[in-house]
Design a protein around this ligand. Structure first.
Ligand code: CP
Length: 333
C-alpha cells in the first residue's frame, strides 16, 4: 500500500457496505445491475491502486485466502490475470490443468473439484471446453466458482472488462456496439448479449447465417449478413470475434481467406463507422485475419487497455467474492 493511496479505505468508500448478491459468478444472468455497478466501482479503485506502481502493487487484503485456477483449456490472458490479480491481493494461488490432473486417470471433474475444495479453497476459477462445467461445479463445492470461459456458453469476466473499458473510453452514454465474425461459437458473445442488454447498449451483429443463430432478433439484436456500410452506420464499437476453429468453426465458412475478406477489420471498414469509433477484441488476435496490423496497432484499437483492465476486473471480482459475508451453503453430494 502506498503512502498516498489507502486501498482499504478507498474500497470501503467504493462498496459503501454493499455486497454482491451472488456467491459464484457463472453467468452474467446471475448479476443484478447493482452487482455490475459495484464490480465497476471496485475495479476503478483497484486500477488507481495498480497505477500507483513503484513496487507498491501488492496488498494483503486477501492474505490467508486460497485461489485455485482450474483450467482445462488453453489460456494466456484469463489464467495469468486471475493469478496476478489474486497475488496482488495477497492470496495464495494454486494452478491446476486438466492435462496434468488426476482427471486423466478417470476421476470425474466433480470429484477433482471436491478434492480442491477439501484444501479450503476460497475461489475456484474454472475454464473448460465444455459448456456448463462451472455451473455444475458450483453446485458441488463450498468455494466460490468463477466462470473463466465454458465452451460456447459464457465468459462473464471478459464481458465485464469489455464494458468497463467501453465506459472508461466513452463515459456513461448510449452506444451502438457491433459484434463481427464468428458469433455462433463465441462464449464472449454469450456474455455480451446478456450484459449489453443490462447496460442499455444498442447491439448489432455482422455475421454470415452459418455463423450466428437465426433467433438474434428475438433478443433485440439487429442482424447483418455483411460488414458493410449499412452494418457499420452509426456504430461506436466494432467488436471482432475470432473464428473459433477449436470448436470446428472452419466447417461453417467457405475458406479462411474468404472469411478474412468479409470480416477482418481494416482501416477502410473502420472508416464506415462513426469518426470516433473504436475496435475491440478479446484476444488472442490473429493478425490480418481478425483485423489488419495497422488497425491493431492504432490508437483506435482498445486491445491493450482491455488486457490491462482484465487485471483490475479480476481483482474486483475475487475481492468481492472472497469478502462476501453471505457464505455458500453447499451440501457435499
Ligand atoms: N480473452 C481470453 O479469454 O483470452 P485467453 O484465452 O488467452 O485467456
Amino acid at each position: 500500500m502506498t503512502d498516498t493511496f489507502d486501498l482499504s479505505s478507498e474500497l470501503t468508500k467504493a462498496h459503501a457496505g454493499e455486497q454482491l448478491s451472488v456467491t459464484d459468478l457463472v453467468s452474467i444472468d446471475d448479476l443484478s445491475s447493482n452487482d455490475i455497478e459495484l464490480i465497476f466501482r471496485v475495479a476503478a479503485v483497484m486500477k488507481r491502486f495498480v497505477g500507483q506502481g513503484g513496487g507498491h502493487k501488492k496488498t494483503d487484503l486477501l492474505r490467508g485466502f486460497t485461489v485455485c485456477n482450474f483450467f482445462n483449456e488453453n489460456s494466456t490472458r484469463t489464467r495469468t490475470s486471475f493469478e496476478i490479480a489474486a497475488k496482488m491481493l495477497g492470496a495464495d494461488v494454486v494452478n491446476i490443468a486438466g492435462a496434468t490432473s488426476s482427471g486423466k486417470k478417470g476421476e470425474t471433474l466433480g470429484d477433482t473439484a471436491r478434492t480442491l475444495d477439501a484444501y479450503d479453497t476460497d475461489i475456484l476459477v474454472v475454464r473448460d471446453a465444455a459448456s456448463g462445467v462451472p455451473a455444475h461445479l458450483a453446485e458441488l463445492v463450498r468455494a466460490s466458482v468463477v466462470n473463466a470461459g465454458d465452451g460456447w456458453h459464457e465468459h462473464p469476466t471478459q464481458a465485464l472488462l469489455d464494458a468497463f473499458t467501453i465506459r472508461e473510453h466513452f463515459g456513461e452514454r448510449p452506444l451502438t456496439i457491433i459484434n463481427v465474425g464468428d458469433v455462433k461459437h463465441s462464449r464472449v458473445f454469450g456474455s455480451h448479449v446478456r450484459l449489453f442488454k443490462k447496460l442499455g447498449y444498442t447491439h448489432r451483429v455482422a455475421a454470415w447465417e452459418t455463423l450466428r443463430s437465426p433467433h438474434l432478433a428475438d433478443f433485440g439484436i439487429e442482424t447483418h449478413n455483411h460488414l458493410d456500410a449499412a452494418a457499420l452506420d452509426g456504430v461506436d464499437v466494432i467488436y471482432s470475434l475470432r473464428l473459433q476453429t477449436e470448436r470446428a468453426a472452419g466447417r461453417d465458412i467457405p475458406t479462411p481467406r474468404e472469411y478474412a475478406k468479409a470480416f477482418s477489420i481494416t482501416k477502410a471498414k473502420l472508416a464506415l463507422a462513426k469518426p470516433d469509433a473504436v475496435v475491440m477484441h478479446a484476444g488472442p488476435v490473429i493478425r490480418e485475419f481478425c483485423m489488419s496490423s495497422d488497425v491493431l496497432e492504432s490508437d483506435r484499437c482498445l486491445v491493450q487497455p482491455m488486457v490491462a483492465n482484465g487485471l483490475v476486473i479480476r481483482m474486483a471480482v475475487q475481492w468481492l467474492l472472497a469478502t462476501n459475508e453471505t457464505k455458500k451453503i453447499t451440501p457435499w453430494k
